[in-house]
Design a binder for this molecule. Structure first.
Ligand code: HEM
Length: 256
């Protein structure tokens, strides 16, 4: 007698995996879009220290609360942390459970030379790395929301030795983020036109351009913070005073 249960014996197929897939795609989309915005905000240092200072104050809600409320940054970082953990947890389902499974996937990947399988490997590897690297960064930001700014961030990066971590995190984030968004478009057929193969080719091209764009922007930005941090290494802890405030202070001294 066949004791194995099958779907035609009345066993319902679980909808859970599909539902979890939705959550994984949704959380990935939030994180991918967040990272693009995040990189643009962090790179404000390339315009000027004053501009980065204004962006920081804006996210502290300085337009609502006098001087800004860093707790808002903590709240937002907490939300991103939760999405990040949920996404990583759901992603773990897709990792090979043991070395044997890993070898099968690896062999299939190289014999078929299937690029999308290779992208999957990059996703698994960078995702694993980000679990550690990203958690450290988000936790520091969440618990030190008032320590963000042209000098505070640069000091953390240079004198606080965060730059080696950021080199690795930047590489992982930029590959993981753009590949992830590309895979979302393919998986859910968001831009599929008449010819999905052609669309896939175009999407791949866009993905590559975006990866290069954010890698160049990211490393230029990191270099700028490292330089500011290096120049500021003897004054660690001193906070940046924007030039408009300085003029105001000088005016006040002159008037007094
Ligand atoms: C709300 C959450 C977050 C906030 C407020 C935030 C804020 C910042 C700030 C202010 C910096 C400049 C350096 C510093 O002050 O330490 C930075 C750099 C960086 N962050 Fe985040 N971050 C957040 C989440 C994330 C996440 C989720 C990731 C990726 C897992 C990430 C990846 C990076 C990377 C790679 C850099 C270096 C960028 C560069 O120098 O080009 N951040 N972040």
């Amino acid at each position: 007698m066949n004791t194995t249960k099958s779907s035609n014996m009345g066993m319902k197929k679980s909808r859970m995996p599909a539902r979890l897939d939705y959550f994984q795609s949704g959380s990935g989309l939030i994180l991918g879009l967040f990272m693009w915005g995040h990189m643009l905000m962090v790179s404000s240092i390339l315009v000027s220290k004053d501009f980065m200072y204004s962006v920081t104050k804006f996210f502290e809600g300085s337009f609502l609360f006098e001087g800004g409320a860093p707790i808002l940054v903590s709240g937002f970082a907490f939300f991103i942390f939760v999405v990040f953990i949920v996404h990583a947890f759901l992603g773990m389902r897709k990792l090979p459970a043991n070395y044997k499974q890993y070898k099968v996937i690896k062999e299939t990947s190289s014999t078929l030379n299937h690029e999308d399988t290779k992208l999957w490997f990059i996703q698994a590897f960078t995702g694993f790395a980000m679990f550690f690297l990203g958690s450290i960064h988000i936790y520091i930001i969440m618990t030190n929301p008032d320590q963000i700014g042209p000098y505070a961030s640069a000091d953390r990066i240079w004198s606080g030795w965060m730059w080696p971590l950021f080199i690795l995190l930047l590489l992982a984030v930029e590959f993981h983020g753009t590949i992830g968004l590309y895979r979302l478009c393919v998986k859910w057929g968001w831009f599929d036109g008449e010819d999905p193969r052609k669309t896939r080719k175009t999407l791949k091209k866009v993905k590559n351009y975006l990866t290069w764009f954010f890698l160049i922007l990211g490393f230029t930005t990191l270099g700028a913070y490292m330089k500011i941090g290096y120049d500021h290494r003897h004054n660690v802890g001193e906070r940046y005073v924007p030039s408009t405030a300085m003029v105001y202070q000088i005016d006040k001294v002159e008037v007094a």
